[in-house]
Design a protein around this ligand. Structure first.
Ligand SMILES: [Zn+2]
Ligand SMILES: [Zn+2]
Length: 155
C-alpha cells in the first residue's frame, strides 16, 4: 500500500472511530488517542504486549488495561482486525479500506508473512459459489517453517 493510499485510509478510519465513539458515548482521552495513534503508525501484527511496550516508551503511566480496552474498541468498530495465529495470542493489525491479505506463519519463530494472490482469491470465490455460498469474508492461514528456521534446523 503506497503512502498516499495509506494516509487516505487512515483518515477514513479516524472518522469511523470518531463516529463509533460518539454513538457509544465513549470519551476520547489523551491515553486512548496515544494508543490509537501508535497502533495506526505501526505496521504488522501487534499483540497487546507489543503495543503496550511502544506506548510506555511515550507515556509510562499508561496501563495494560487501557491498551487492552482500546484495542478491543478498535476491533469492535472494525478499525482493527484481531487475529489468532495458533498460539492463542491475539494480534491486531490495521483494517485498511479495500485491502486484503492472508498470512503465512512460522511455527518455530513466529514470523508472519503477508501474501495476496489473485489466483487463490478467485479459486476461493469459485469454490464457495459451487457450494452455494456468497462469501462475505475469509481467513487463509498457512503454517510451516520459514527459510531461516529451515536453515537453522539443517545446520
Ligand atoms: Zn521461523
Ligand atoms: Zn496481516
Amino acid at each position: 500500500m503506497d503512502t498516499a493510499t495509506e494516509k487516505h485510509s487512515l483518515t477514513t478510519l479516524r472518522d469511523r472511530l470518531a463516529d463509533y465513539m460518539d454513538k457509544k458515548g465513549l470519551r476520547s482521552t489523551a491515553q486512548r488517542r496515544l494508543v490509537t495513534e501508535l497502533f495506526f503508525k505501526s505496521d504488522g501484527h501487534l499483540s497487546i504486549e507489543d503495543l503496550w511496550a511502544k506506548v510506555r516508551r511515550r507515556d509510562p503511566k499508561v496501563g495494560y488495561a487501557t491498551v487492552y480496552r482500546t484495542l478491543k474498541m478498535l476491533a469492535e468498530s472494525g478499525i482493527a482486525y484481531e487475529r489468532k495465529f495458533g498460539d492463542g495470542v491475539s494480534r491486531y493489525e490495521v483494517a485498511h479500506e479495500d485491502e486484503h491479505h492472508d498470512h503465512l506463519i512460522c511455527t518455530e519463530c513466529g514470523r508472519i508473512v503477508e501474501f495476496e494472490d489473485e489466483e487463490i482469491e478467485k479459486l476461493q470465490e469459485a469454490l464457495a459459489k459451487k457450494a452455494g455460498f456468497r462469501l462475505t469474508r475469509h481467513v487463509h492461514e498457512l503454517y510451516g517453517h520459514c527459510r531461516d528456521c529451515q536453515a537453522k534446523a539443517s545446520a
